[in-house]
Ligand binder design. Sequence first.
Ligand code: SAM
Length: 273
Amino acid sequence: MGIRLPTFNPVEDSLLLTLYCKALDSRLPKPILSDAMADEIVRKLDYDFEQFKVNNNFLRNVALRSKKMDQVAAAFIRHHPDAVGLDLGAGLDTRMFRLVPPATVAWYDVDFPAAIDVRKRVVPDRPNAHVIGADVTDPDWLNTVPNNRPAVILADGLMGFLSKDDFVSLLNRLIDHFPSGEMAFNSYTPFAVWASTVVRGTKSVSGLLKFPGVDDPRELETWNPKLKLVREILIAREPEISDYPTGARLYNRFMATSVSLSRKGTIVLHYRF
Ligand SMILES: C[S@@+](CC[C@H](N)C(=O)[O-])C[C@H]1O[C@@H](n2cnc3c(N)ncnc32)[C@H](O)[C@@H]1O
């Protein structure tokens, strides 16, 4: 008998979809993210994951966007072993176990209280790993996070659930809180927000999306003068695409022929401040 989940609200439920994508990736002969712990957690839970019917391209894109965020975090931690790491909307993702940062890094996984309660039951403890059960749009939770150290901030699958105003306020609070840092999150163009209503595997979350999408990543620099784009990571153009199965590979190769086509797919934005 697996661990029974509480009744999540539909936004919290989305963490099961991304967890399952990472578990499925880890079962592939050539995984992208290789997160065996995601699969262990899936197997522990009493939940019908097969109902998601995720498609090949989607599950790989979820794994690949996480991998790109891991790479940003790993590079930052290499240069800042005293960093604070923040994973916003962490769900049941075990990024800290993939990164294995030194004990000098203080890591915070933030999500709604119900998600954090389950997280505490299924994700093992690690030294200097903290959890915060809060709505990220609530300004108070950040008071418990040290504000005198450089920060690397990831938000994997979160942005779509925030309104533009909430997202801009969150960015501003984070930038004010830390002396310096970097952030990486997957972003959506207005087209991608629309496409989520028709792609199998994402339909389950499409009605919940509040973010209208941004076409140009430089637009975010106008939201806060300290925010500078480091790199727009267009997943269709990343080298890992060569390991996708033929149909998904050809689709991504076609999308990769122009920036505007690539932006219709999965994007990870990397900024510093
Ligand atoms: C698509 S899931 C991604 C989970 C995880 N990052 C991953 O990659 O597997 C989105 C997560 O964001 C969380 N979330 C959405 N809105 C939030 C908010 N306002 N405050 C805290 N967490 C939020 C949800 O509860 C969910 O865990």
